[in-house]
Structure formats: C-alpha cells, structure tokens
Design a binder for this molecule. Structure first.
Ligand code: ZN
Length: 286
C-alpha cells in the first residue's frame, strides 16, 4: 500500500492515480493525513483490500500538489554516522550506539519545494525515513516492523556552520531551518518491497547550467544500525508516537566530505531517489 498527502487530503496511490480515502471509505477514515497513524492497523487492513488502479473513483493527479505524507509528526529523530563510509568521510569513528539528534518538527516539508538558503554552507543528506505507525516503548527488535507504517524519502538538509557551532556542537538548530526536512512523495508499506533492507539510494544535483552530478549513490544494506535495530534501540529511551519520523542517516558523498568542500548554491536543484519509493526535489534560492 502507498499513501500520500494530496492538497492536504489523505489518498491511496497506484502508479499515476490516487483515490481519496475519506470518499472511498464512506467517511470511516478522515481526510486528515496526520490523523491516520493513530488508527494505523485498522486503516492498513482496510487499505490492503482496496484495488486503487481498478477503482471507479481513482483519478489522475498532479505530483506537484503532494505535501508531506506525515505532515505533523510530534517527533523527528535524526541518526548520524549510520553508514560506515560516511563516518569515514566526516573523519569520525563508527559509533557503538546510534548518534541521535532532532530536526524540529516545523522543518518538515513536502516532496517538491523551494528552499531558501540561510547560509553559504548548506549541505545535502539523502536518507531513508521510517514513518512510525503504532509505535510504543521498549519495542523488541522482532516486533519493530509491525510498529512501522512504512518508508518515505527524506533529505536531512544541514547548515554546516551552524551545525558545528559551539563546544560541544549541538546539531539540531543547523538542521531545522524552514523546509530543511523535505519528505515524500508517498509512504510505502514494507510488504511492497522485495527486500526492504536493500534499497538503492541516490542524490543528484542539477547545476544552474543544467549539468547533473550524481553525488550520492549507495544502498540501505550499508546501514550500521538497521531499521529494526534502530526502532528497538530508540524506543528504549523515547516513546515512538504514531506519525513520528526517523531519518536513518546518510551514505557517503555529502558536500562537507569533498575536497574542496562543496555546498548548495542559488539556482541549483537537488533530486533524491530511493528504489521502490520515488523521488523528492528541492530548488534552492539565495
Ligand atoms: Zn542526516
């Protein structure tokens, strides 16, 4: 099952068509995309029985009208240094337990957006994002998948100068500017993937001259702490709440790891793709 937020209404998605959930369910489920995670199991059971492509009320849609699929998460968790090669390019040792920070929830945005550059050292981080369904505390690793609603694509945009300010540095402010947590285009349930632990992930920058540069190109099978492990470990400290987002870390190829360092510029476009989910796009302005 794929769900999305189309012009602030919850929809089921199949290829190039969407089906309005409130209409198709006869009002059983509300149109509010943020409300569905509280009733995730009931909704998932209903949605699994709906043939979107063959439904008389399914309609073509404009992908630029998609908004954040979990638009009002109460918690947005970021995980740092979760790909071994990325830790190496950052010049930092591999952590023994997850390195955790927050992106404040007001930074969450949709999949196709314009982003104002608040500084000259804004960097990209392509990330697989876990969307929490039932959630809970003290979740055993064996039960983690059942507490997840699905996966979406995210960018953990980071103003590096602000991120590394202070001693010790506190990451959260540099990662929480307006639109610094774009997500989408849809949430895909884990049963849709052939192998949900092995998804190709990439980021491409299109310059003002139109030239494309593939800057990140990896697979989620390189995660140091995998999906089930992360959910379980985090839940032993934080109660994971329906609709929460977990940014799982970025593979190598970020701008601060390049020589010379390279950051996002006015007029550039960033496209992030994860196999089986789709693409998100940001256009940057000074
Ligand atoms: Zn990150």
């Amino acid at each position: 099952m794929r769900i999305a937020n189309l012009s602030h209404r919850l929809v089921l998605v199949s290829d190039d068509r969407t089906l309005d959930v409130e209409t198709a369910s006869g009002g059983r489920f509300s149109a509010d995309p943020a409300a569905i995670f509280e009733r995730w199991e009931e909704f998932r059971a209903w949605g699994a029985g709906v043939d979107v492509a063959g439904h008389a009320e399914a309609v073509a849609f404009d992908p630029t009208q998609l908004e954040a699929p979990s638009p009002r998460p109460r918690q947005v968790v970021g995980v740092g240094l979760n790909y071994a090669d990325h830790a190496a390019e950052a010049g930092l040792p591999l952590p023994e337990s997850p390195v955790v920070f927050t992106k404040f929830a007001s930074s969450v945005a949709g999949p196709d957006i314009d982003v104002h550059l608040p500084g000259e050292t804004v960097d990209w981080e392509a990330e697989l994002v876990i969307v929490i369904g039932a959630g809970g505390r003290d979740i055993p690793r064996s039960d983690a998948a059942a507490r997840i609603a699905g996966f979406t694509v995210g960018q953990d945009l980071s103003e590096r100068t602000v991120q590394w300010q202070g001693t010790p540095a506190q990451f959260s402010m540099g990662k929480s500017y307006e639109n610094f947590a774009p997500t989408g285009p849809s949430i895909v349930t884990l049963d849709e993937f052939d192998d949900s632990d092995r998804l190709a992930i990439s980021a491409t920058i299109t310059g003002v001259d139109g030239v494309e540069a593939r800057v990140q190109d990896s697979s989620t099978d390189q995660l140091v702490f995998g999906i089930d492990d992360l959910v379980s470990r985090l839940s032993h400290t934080i109660e994971l709440l329906p609709g929460d987002l977990i940014f799982t870390g970025t593979p190598p190829g970020v701008g601060m790891g390049m020589n010379p360092k390279r950051y996002l510029q006015d007029g550039e476009t960033l496209t992030t793709v994860i196999e089986g989910i789709g693409a998100i796009v940001q256009r940057f302005h000074a």
